[in-house]
Design a protein around this ligand. Structure first.
Ligand code: FES
Ligand SMILES: [Fe+2]
Length: 427
């Protein structure tokens, strides 16, 4: 349970809030690379940390993220014409470059007026099949992200994203709560093409009272969860959380590893990023097809990344499949099983009213780390934030069988360390 001030601190990310300033120190994923495929392609709206922005790729191929609204009289530049190294407002023809600098005001040519007009802008970079934004002070811009998937050729990975109608934190909290898998996703583990067939699934299904052991990691936490296995062993699933909003699902068999970013769009909406990657091989055509079809952690969405299953159609809930147990909650798809329940908690979950138990330890510790870091940063802008250094990002999830007397953090140390060419440890 949290006090109201603590809930506010954790969930508010507009400019000037402590958590908003923390988020502004990291590269955040905003676009899948193919959203801006070629020079002068259509611009794309980006809402992130409560700011409405417009992304475009100019004639020379440069990426820009600028204020969505024209400095003249506030028209959305999404309607603009992307032409000759700039985006031109279709209302009266004011034109801006990728840095937000106004380069032409047709009614005031030759007066120097346009030089005084500049829209807010942030740098974008492309790596790992993702376009990332940095929204903090320019002198504190960190090096490019080095999460393992971003260091691999893009043939090893697949990205999707979906708008989720709730605050970022309750979406993140689902990502580190391994205990719900034995319930909510139980029907899907052996049906979904990106989950089925793994030996680990049987431990998830046979032991519904997992024990959590959460340990510190340089960039955040390792959320270790053990279930009973045969021969005096435990089946461990270890989920890394890297500050502020990156989580990795432990693998199953030789399936690709799933991961997520939970990026605030505003305080009531987040962009749930789902990614799959395999550290040592390219994805197969069959895997890609399954991901595109909404299997695994992916979801079918419309052109604006809104899921086809949503609150207004009751997420296409099927009571018959719920009753028979084919789908534990009656909702199809692992991603929508999570989203439907998390959205039902309200736009911002009221954490003053919850009753937490031992399986919520990962959530409790994540909140503590976030609050501590946001306060430390507010008191000292030089505070070394966890998750910024490359080595903090070089982590992996793992699923391992270990003797019961072994501590996972030591015994699975190598499995949790990302390294080029090293197979991941999975059951
Ligand atoms: S509102 Fe954009 S040019 Fe007038
Ligand atoms: Fe889930």
């Amino acid at each position: 349970m949290l006090k109201k001030e603590q809930n506010d601190l954790l969930t508010q990310t507009d400019s000037g809030t402590p958590m908003g300033e923390l988020f502004r120190r990291y590269w955040l994923p905003v676009l899948i690379a193919h959203e801006l495929p070629i020079p002068d392609c259509p611009p794309v709206r980006v809402e992130v940390l409560g700011e409405c922005m417009l992304a475009f790729r100019d004639t020379s191929g440069k990426l820009g993220l600028i204020d969505e609204f024209c400095a003249h009289r506030g028209v959305s530049l999404w309607f603009g014409r992307n032409e000759h190294d700039g985006i031109r407002c279709p209302y009266h023809g004011w034109k801006y470059n990728t840095k937000g600098q106004c380069v032409e005001v047709p009614s005031e040519m030759g007066t120097g007026f346009c030089e005084r007009i500049k829209l807010k802008s942030y740098p974008l970079i492309e790596c790992g099949g993702v376009i990332w934004v940095y929204m903090g002070a320019p002198e504190r811009q960190p090096p490019a992200p080095e999460y393992e998937f971003a260091t691999l050729p893009t043939e090893h990975s697949y990205m999707s994203k979906r708008v989720q109608a709730c605050n970022w934190l309750q979406a993140l909290e689902g990502g580190i709560d391994s205990s719900h898998v034995s319930f909510l996703h139980s029907g899907s583990l052996n049906r979904d093409p990106l989950f089925k067939g793994a030996k680990g699934n049987q431990y998830n299904e046979s032991d519904k009272a997992p024990v959590f052991e959460v340990t510190d990691a340089p960039g955040g936490l390792f959320v270790g969860v053990r279930r009973n296995a045969e021969d005096d062993q435990y089946y461990w699933r270890i989920t890394p959380w890297v500050m502020p909003c990156y989580t990795l699902v432990p693998p199953r068999g030789d399936h690709p590893v799933h991961g997520h970013f939970w990026v605030p769009m505003n305080d009531h909406t987040c962009m749930a990023w789902s990614l799959d990657y395999h550290p040592t091989r390219t994805l197969t055509a069959g895997e890609r097809e399954a991901m595109e079809g909404g299997a695994g952690v992916h979801v079918l969405v419309d052109d604006n990344f809104h899921p086809l299953q949503h609150k207004d159609n009751d997420y296409m809930m099927n009571r018959e499949l719920q009753r028979s147990g084919v789908l534990y909650s009656g909702i199809e798809g692992i991603g929508m099983q999570d989203a439907s329940l998390q959205e039902s908690m309200g736009a911002i979950s009221d954490r003053t009213r919850e009753n937490l138990v031992s399986t919520d330890n990962g959530i409790i510790m994540t909140r503590q780390r976030l609050m501590k870091a946001a306060k430390a940063l507010a008191a000292n802008p030089d505070f070394a934030l966890p998750g910024l250094a490359a080595e903090h990002q070089h982590v992996r999830s793992a699923a391992v069988l270990l003797r019961r007397d072994l501590a996972y953090k030591e015994a699975a140390k190598d499995a949790l360390q990302a390294e080029a060419g090293k197979p991941h440890q999975t059951v």
